[in-house]
Ligand binder design. Structure first.
Ligand SMILES: [Zn+2]
Ligand SMILES: [Zn+2]
Length: 425
């Protein structure tokens, strides 16, 4: 729907607009606790999506649902000007929550592989959903102070790095206007109340592989009649580490992780296959190509070296590009964030984590900015810092990951609202 514009005197300080129109936080805290207690696994975010969609509908957004799975996109047209897209991811993780919070999840869900698993908001996407809902309220209430088109996207399946592409492939940009700017944020293991941003590369590209190595099974006492896939697998796991140490230019970022290795069931049986799951993180496209090439070469050559009769299967299961923040947009954002967050505003360091957020922007050639906000209790943070033990604090994906509500949510709401206002002006 088109909102009738009621012009008010222009406030030059965007931070004042956020302060003035920020809603009461209690209802949003209640939503947060509820979302935290009822996380949904990737591609199954049906109820979370319904909560977000209902909120946008109540505000008068034109809401599209079930985009690329459970994706939601709400559009608020508010006169001429820029189109700004704000994105929150919605999915939880197959992790057994051990935070001890009164609103901890005890939920279990059947995952994509058919196995029932404990389910937890271990990456804090519940803070993203809640803060984007509240930011939508701030921007709706303050619509007399800006002009343009606001889009709020609630994205599914970030943890599988395929939800953004699924939304684009399902015609997201046939349903909603193409954005001039795309904005996203993530809660991280940082002191609550802090915000960090960085121009240029901030998150790596991620590539995942499922590998099966074929041997020849038989009696454990007769290895000479068999081809042992466990020996091949063990050699392979060590050899794959030489990609980073021996093939990548020292100082260039690359990570190769073998996160899963499975083979066999009994001590006296040589199994006939072994399964590996691998993950690669890189920034530069050249390094990525080099690492992926080496990975294929080494897997095939190790199998050949052991006389494996069948070639291994190497399935590229997930792939996501690196996240590279637009330099000019980051400068503009800092002009709003620095005076507002003051000493709570810091520079990020490039991370080895990955995101599919950028696809929502690159699909239409739009610039984007992605920033982080902290969720760690201030006292716990200072204590760990004083002891030089910050790494002991639970990180994203830990069963103990528990962002404190105050002032984490308020910081995220303010950052998202302020960023949107910045690019409408
Ligand atoms: Zn995550
Ligand atoms: Zn995440």
């Amino acid at each position: 729907m088109t909102i009738k514009r009621i012009f008010q005197p222009v406030t030059t300080d965007l931070g004042d607009i956020v302060e003035k129109y920020r809603p009461q936080l209690e209802p949003f805290e209640a939503i947060y606790r509820r979302l935290h207690a009822t996380p949904e696994l990737s591609s199954q975010e049906e109820k979370t999506a319904a909560v977000a969609a209902a909120h946008l509908e109540n505000l008068g957004f034109k809401v599209h649902t079930k985009i690329g799975g459970h994706g939601v996109a709400g559009v608020l047209r508010n006169g001429p000007g820029k189109t700004v897209l704000l994105r929150a991811d919605m999915d939880g993780l197959p992790v057994l929550e051990k935070t001890g919070l009164t609103y901890a999840s005890t939920k279990r869900m059947v995952d994509y592989d058919g196995v029932e698993k404990p389910t937890m908001h271990a990456c804090g996407h519940d803070t993203h959903v809640t803060s984007l809902m509240a930011a939508a309220t701030v921007l709706y209430s303050s619509r007399a102070h800006w002009s343009g088109t606001l889009i709020c996207v609630f994205q599914p399946a970030e943890e599988h790095l395929n939800g953004a592409q699924a939304m684009v492939d399902d015609g997201l940009y046939d349903k909603i206007p193409k954005p001039d700017m795309v904005l996203g944020q993530h809660v991280m293991r940082m002191k609550t109340g802090t915000v960090t941003v960085l121009a240029g590369p901030i998150l790596t590209a991620s590539d995942s592989f499922s590998v099966r190595i074929y041997g020849r099974g038989g009696h454990g006492s007769m290895p000479h009649n068999c081809i042992d896939p466990i020996v091949i697998g063990c050699s392979l796991v060590s050899r794959l580490q030489t990609i980073v140490s021996r093939e990548v230019t020292p100082g260039e970022l690359a990570v190769v992780t073998c996160g899963s290795i499975h083979s066999g069931d009994a001590e006296n049986v040589i199994p006939d296959f072994l399964d590996l799951k691998l993950n690669v993180r890189t920034y530069s496209p050249e390094i990525r190509e080099r690492v992926l090439g080496a990975l294929h070469r080494i897997i095939e050559a190790e199998c050949q070296a052991s006389g494996a009769v069948e070639k291994p299967t190497i399935k590229h299961t997930f792939s996501s590009p690196s996240t590279v923040n637009d330099g000019a947009a980051v400068e503009k954002l800092k002009e709003s964030f620095n005076p507002y967050f003051k000493d709570r505003m810091m520079e990020s360091k490039p991370s080895t984590a990955s995101e599919d957020f950028s696809i929502l922007a690159t699909a239409v050639g739009a610039p984007y900015v992605y920033w982080n906000f902290g969720g760690v209790d201030a006292e716990k943070w200072e204590d760990a810092k004083a002891r030089g033990k910050l790494e002991e604090l639970p990180s994203n994906h830990s069963p103990f990951f528990a962002p404190v509500i105050h002032p984490t949510l308020k910081t995220a709401i303010d950052a998202m609202s302020l960023a949107a206002l910045t690019f409408f002006h």
